[in-house]
Design a protein around this ligand. Structure first.
Ligand code: SF4
Length: 325
């Protein structure tokens, strides 16, 4: 290992230990708590996550309590965080972990639903001290600037050198501190706009700072192409109950319970629609049409007052509002 890596690591750990924020999931090395916090943090900021995290952990304090809950309860506790497939995956992975015990390494964790390279490595190093490096948006920003790398980090081949650098830094018994230090540096000092380089423990060696090119790094990922979808829904309501079934018609909000319907991709914005909604890279145009029970397929009747429990998405709220008009 190079002297440069050793020095960078030492400075980073010292800085982290002196500057780390007191966050609820840093109070213990419980892998379950770390896992939940990491998944929640992929969706929003630390400040926004804290109340969700505390509410979720109060309801599901252990991996076993999460595993034995119904998927509906898990989704209900996830309401407001979006990306409901993550809540489903948490539930599925908890069932494996409750039965087999918590895996203590990234390779095994990676096999579980919802555990990508980042989450597996974060949990393995933060909870168990496995010497593996993490790579998320914050870490990519810090490393590309520090080493002055103009990499197309969104392409697998060009991301690998960054993963290697992160692994080299974390190759120590203090991998947890290194990884958290990198994430913390990215979140609080090496921010996307106007990084606070004068307060950075790495400013002496940082290539981007010394060349005055911090605003040019990391390279910007090309904008995602938006996709438009027409989604025709046929809500059937009888005796204050609505017929709902798992959505298999679209690549977004998959398996969430919705009224029956059909969907297709479109290349032209429709002229007539009832609801417009956006989910990540999808613009969705919804048409509400009359239902006929014959064409419904398998599903279940849900009291209108309970719909938000099984589908807390903002889209379902819009649909209910439209129906009730
Ligand atoms: S010196 Fe500035 S650009 Fe370099 S790592 Fe530190 S905060 Fe980021």
């Amino acid at each position: 290992m190079s002297l440069e890596t050793k020095n960078a690591r030492r400075k980073l750990i010292t800085w982290y230990e002196e500057n780390k924020r007191a966050l609820p999931w840093r109070r213990s090395r419980d892998p379950y708590r770390i896992w939940i916090s990491e998944v929640m943090l992929q969706q929003t900021t630390v400040t926004a996550v804290i109340p969700y995290y505390e509410k979720f952990l109060t309801r599901f304090p252990t991996v076993k309590s999460l595993a034995t809950a119904s998927v509906g309860e898990v989704i209900e506790m996830w309401a407001g965080l979006g990306y409901y497939s993550r809540a489903r995956n948490l539930h599925k992975a908890a069932q494996v972990l409750a039965q087999k015990g918590f895996f203590n390494n990234a390779a095994e964790l990676l096999e579980l639903p919802g555990f990508g390279p980042y989450t597996s490595r974060a949990v393995a190093s933060l909870a168990f001290g496995e010497p593996v490096g993490v790579l998320d948006g914050n870490v990519i920003r810090v490393l590309t600037r520090y080493y002055g790398l103009k990499l197309k980090w969104w392409e697998k081949k060009e991301k690998q050198p960054l993963q290697d650098l992160s692994d080299a830094l974390a190759n120590t018994e203090k991998s947890s501190e290194v990884n958290q230090g990198l994430m913390e540096l990215g979140a609080t000092i090496c921010t996307p706009q106007r990084p606070l380089c004068l307060m950075c423990p790495w400013n002496k060696e940082c290539v981007a700072f010394n060349k005055g090119i911090t605003q040019l790094l990391p390279l910007s990922k090309p904008k995602q192409q938006f996709q438009m979808w027409n989604w025709t829904l046929n809500p059937l309501i009888k005796n204050d109950q609505i017929f709902m079934q798992p959505n298999t018609a679209t690549p977004f909000l998959k398996n969430m319970m919705f009224p029956a319907g059909k969907a297709e991709i479109t290349f032209k914005k429709p002229t007539a629609y009832d609801i417009k909604h956006g989910v990540t890279k999808y613009d969705i145009f919804i048409k509400i049409e009359k239902a006929s029970l014959k064409s419904m397929g398998p599903g279940e009747w849900v009291p209108l007052s309970q719909v938000k429990k099984i589908n807390p998405t903002s889209l379902m709220s819009k649909i209910l509002k439209f129906i009730e008009k």
